[in-house]
Design a binder for this molecule. Structure first.
Ligand code: FAD
Length: 579
């Protein structure tokens, strides 16, 4: 099996119980809809790399009630996620990239971030008393051939290789005859009447005979016959694999949003080809990606760059020699703007330029997945017990052989009462093992996320208890030897609930027919409105690599090289040939 898609954000492939005084925080603090967490002693705290906020206090003081303090910036960067912070970092610390044009001093670079922390979808949460006692709830890992890895090295952030693990898989039988368990996709294929396994199906979808290839075997997905330009990924799998083949394939893929009626087939296949065949080994930054953000922040501030937290930009208007921006505290004049906010956030900022952007076909042909993560801290490291499924009559393809790597992940399509965990990740680094945390729910199945949210309700202790009670049902199905309903069941100490309305991005179904491609979207994003010095940065505009912070960094580099005269290696993702 390849390292790529089946292991996206996880690693390679061998492939909650009564609360103990715990409360939960539900965060949706990037571009999310719900913010329902109640503060409590068991709350997990979000960190941004351990550096204290350093808003410019003088500039923050409002001269009169209602009046906004005036502020001048050469470059205003809106959004303090990876894309925005990387842009500010390179403008203030250009290194070999050459001095940026249009920036005369570090203090000319201003970052405005809506939240009270930096990082956006990189969201590390504290589960202990020490600064490094954090674990990721959003971005977790990287490939060692991504720019993110080089950036971590440049910044001196520790990056580790995860432990090997075995993967329990559970499916609700497609004919609804019951629930089955196994340890590889191959084990399940007979259940769906298939001869190919999921890996072989990946190869068929990406490189089968239906895909035209050039003389060196590079695929051209837009050349696939049968109206591919208007096809979704779901239609495409059905046409290539048939109805039950497609169902088998989808049930074996834990990223449920990738193969839906919403996602443009050509756009996704281009992504899939690179992620499936082009991925390097998985690595984990320690304690998390927030360390990368924190180091960039320190470097920005050391050069006089100004970072304003809790200052959402609400309005951007073209003005003489640039733009006027409004936040809750400042009226900002900026000569250039880097808009590094999520896709949906662009349209929520008022003004002539964002209105023009939102009206374009490029903007309209982007769609996103919604995701939920529930992170639990436990009273004991229960994943060190024997997690093999005990009832072998329900195990397809045979028991996990003795001596296999421990089961540290389980993916499941079983949804008791409509709720789901979809995928649970147990600790695969010493760091997370020490914190006794699991990412118990990792789901981009919209129906399941919405159902879980309805159980969670208004959050707080009651909502958390309700949600954890439901999630325990899934854990009892997957690991009945450990979660046996007895008083000895593992206990949840802390819960963190996090939802991203826009978790990662795709071209929307029909984009190809509408003339919007991964390439044309990315080209457009660099100068989305002709003649205006406003540039888009973020993984939303580079769906060829979206779902990885790498995509946001690549987008940032492109803007730095195009508009600030820098000469950084582009690190753009390269096409991959079929085997
Ligand atoms: C569950 C999950 C798991 C992931 N796993 C990984 C992984 O393992 N590895 C990996 O590399 N990547 C992973 N990613 C992807 C990674 O988090 C994103 O690619 C990355 O965060 C994108 O950066 P960005 O700067 O484009 O956007 P964001 O991170 O979304 O940052 C945008 C920022 O803009 C701010 N903002 C919005 N509106 C305004 C406004 N009006 N004014 C000011 N600020 C505003 C937001 O608050 C936010 O801080 C994961 C993402 C999710 C959701």
């Amino acid at each position: 099996m390849k390292r790529g898609m089946m292991s996206r954000w996880v690693g390679f492939t061998v492939i909650a119980t009564a609360m103990v005084g715990g409360f939960a925080a539900c965060s949706s603090d990037d571009e999310n809809v719900e913010t329902k967490g109640d503060a409590g002693p068991g709350d997990a705290t979000v960190v941004d790399g351990g550096v204290l906020p350093t808003n410019d206090a003088a500039a923050d003081v409002r001269p009169d009630q209602g009046a906004l303090a005036a502020l001048d910036c050469e470059v205003a960067i809106v959004g303090g996620g990876p894309g925005g912070i990387h842009t500010a970092y390179k403008l203030t610390n250009p290194g070999d990239g050459g001095a940026p044009t249009g920036v005369t001093s570090g203090s000319g670079v201003c970052v405005f971030e809506k939240n009270d922390r930096l990082g956006g979808r990189i969201r590390d949460v504290s589960f202990g008393p020490n600064p490094d006692d954090v674990t990721a709830t959003g971005a977790f890992r990287m490939y060692d051939n991504q720019y993110t890895y080089a950036l971590a090295n440049e910044l001196g952030v520790q990056v580790v290789t995860p432990d090997s693990f075995s993967n329990l898989r559970a499916v609700q039988d497609p004919s609804d005859a019951g629930q089955y368990f196994g340890y590889s996709g191959d084990a399940f294929k007979a259940l769906y009447g298939q001869t190919l396994n999921d890996d072989e199906m990946w190869v068929k979808l990406l490189c089968g005979d239906q895909v035209p290839k050039d003389g060196t075997k590079f695929p051209s997905y837009s050349g696939i016959d049968g109206g591919i330009g208007t096809k979704s990924t779901l239609d495409y799998t059905k046409s290539v694999l048939g109805a039950s083949g497609s169902q088998y394939f989808l049930d074996q893929n834990r990223f449920r949003a990738d193969w839906t009626s919403e996602v443009d087939a050509v756009g996704y296949l281009e992504y899939g080809m690179i992620d499936y065949f082009g991925a390097g080994p998985i690595r984990y930054p320690i304690p998390g990606h927030s360390a990368i953000i924190g180091k960039m922040r320190a470097a920005i501030e050391a050069k006089g760059g100004r970072i304003f937290l809790s200052e959402a930009v609400t309005n951007i208007v073209s003005a003489a020699d640039g733009f006027t921006l409004e936040t809750g505290a400042h009226a900002v004049h900026a000569k250039q703007i880097v808009l590094a906010v999520p896709h949906g956030a662009v349209a929520r900022i008022a003004g002539d330029v964002t209105t023009a952007i939102a009206a374009t076909k490029e903007y309209k042909n982007v769609t996103s997945a919604k995701s939920m993560q529930v992170t639990h801290q436990w009273d004991k490291a229960w994943w060190k017990s024997n997690l093999r499924y005990p009832n072998l009559a329900k195990v397809v393809g045979g028991d996990l052989p003795d001596g296999s790597a421990p089961i540290l992940r389980a993916d499941t399509t079983i949804m008791p009462d409509g709720t789901c965990i979809n995928s649970i990740e147990m600790p695969i680094t010493a760091h997370t093992d020490g914190l006794k945390v699991t990412r118990t729910v990792y789901s981009d199945n919209r129906a399941c996320v919405d159902k879980n949210l309805s159980v969670y309700g208004d959050g707080g202790a009651a909502g958390t208890q309700s949600l954890n009670d439901e999630l325990k049902k899934s854990l009892r199905i997957l690991f009945p030897a450990v979660f046996d309903g007895s008083a000895n069941e593992p206990q949840i100490v802390k819960t963190d609930v996090n939802v991203h309305e826009e978790a990662w991005y795709y071209l929307k179904t029909g984009a190809t027919a509408n003339g919007v491609t991964n390439k044309s979207l990315f080209d457009w994003s660099v100068t989305p409105v002709a003649g205006k010095k406003l540039y888009l940065v973020g993984d939303a505009w580079y769906p060829l690599g979206s779902g990885w912070a790498n995509a946001a960094y690549i987008s940032s580099i492109r803007v730095l090289n195009t508009h600030f005269g820098m000469t950084l290696p582009s690190n753009e993702l390269q096409p991959v040939a079929c085997p």
